[in-house]
Write a protein that binds this ligand. Structure first.
Ligand code: AMP
Length: 298
């Protein structure tokens, strides 16, 4: 099977990050950036997004080198989205220091006629209204996979629930799942989410792995145990990149393998600041880590 293309929307950002390992200012980041770099290891990727007039050439070069189609990324006057985050000593907690929406404030997503026909769609973390706007452009959607974050659960719950109704596979981390559903235990949170629209839910548990729930089954997948943790930023979107990259190459019976590929892909991301770790990943390197993870599943 040749890999089917994926259309993705999300933030294209300049990130400022503080972890116990060090700091970086205004480095390439954003949910769409991590997703595109990760998924382009496995499938053709078409990005929808916006950057400002200050977006560096380095970012365009990165997409070009990875063969990412950026014809639906608009560059408009104003500032690129900026996000700052600070991690706790053990890297398990993250505090947002600032979110400057910049050109995202009045962004209207546009999708070219050709890209509208894409069947696999990733609605990465951005305002739910923009996720919905992208859905409306798509004329042949077969699989909609979406993600979100605490900010939108707080501020835009109604639109987020509308996104959930359209979603086939929902990816969320455990804290956000508790916030969205009102349930701390995984089973109840998964049940709530499965009633809200998606037929598959993946709850990401950080260093504890991921919980896959479908209407018929539950499965826990552990993390790759040998990753050297430096900066977890982008791990969620890299997970999505590996997960959807797998779906683009296989049929739907392969959800567990898709979670394993997502987990293996994200393990590269956490090993460096920003994109550094992920850029060291190769399809063979990911396969190798998948093998290790498979060996840990009971
Ligand atoms: P992750 O660590 O996978 O949750 O994603 C981190 C990325 O999300 C960073 O590169 C940020 O630029 C981006 N990000 C943070 N907050 C937001 C937000 N409110 N909307 C869109 N993207 C965001």
């Amino acid at each position: 099977m040749t890999a089917r293309p994926i259309l993705a929307v999300g933030s294209i950002a300049l990130d400022t990050i503080e972890t116990p390992q060090g700091q970086r200012q205004e480095i390439l980041g954003g949910s769409a950036t991590f997703f595109a770099v990760a998924s382009s290891l496995f499938a053709p990727v078409r990005l929808v997004g916006v950057v400002g007039s200050d977006y560096p050439e380095e970012g365009w070069r990165l997409f070009r080198e990875r063969g990412v189609d950026v014809s639906d990324v608009q560059q408009i006057a104003g500032s690129t989205f900026r996000w700052g985050g600070h991690y706790s000593r053990d890297l398990s907690g993250r505090e947002t220091l600032f979110t400057h929406l910049g050109v995202f404030e009045d962004f209207q997503p546009l999708v070219s006629d050709e890209n509208r026909l894409t069947e696999i769609i990733y609605l990465g973390n951005i305002q739910p209204s923009l996720q919905l706007a992208v859905c409306e452009h798509m004329t042949a959607a077969r699989r909609i996979i979406s993600d979100t974050m605490n900010l939108w659960i707080d501020m835009n719950r109604e639109e987020l629930e509308a996104v959930l109704e359209k979603t086939h596979i929902f990816l969320i981390n455990d804290e956000e799942a508790a916030q969205l559903t009102g349930h701390d235990d995984l089973e109840s949170a998964a049940r709530w989410l499965l009633k809200a629209g998606p037929s598959t839910v993946v709850i990401k548990l950080g260093h504890r792995g991921a919980f896959l729930a479908t209407n018929g089954a539950r499965k826990h997948i552990p993390v790759y145990p040998h990753a050297r943790l430096v900066d977890p930023t982008g791990a969620g979107d890299s997970f999505a990149g590996g997960f959807i990259g797998h779906i683009a190459n296989h049929d739907e019976s392969q959800l567990e393998e898709a979670v394993i590929r997502g987990t293996a892909t994200a393990s590269f991301t956490v090993e460096g600041f920003g994109l550094e770790g992920l850029l060291r990943a190769t399809p063979e390197g990911v396969e190798h880590r998948m093998e290790t993870i498979r060996g840990l599943i009971d």
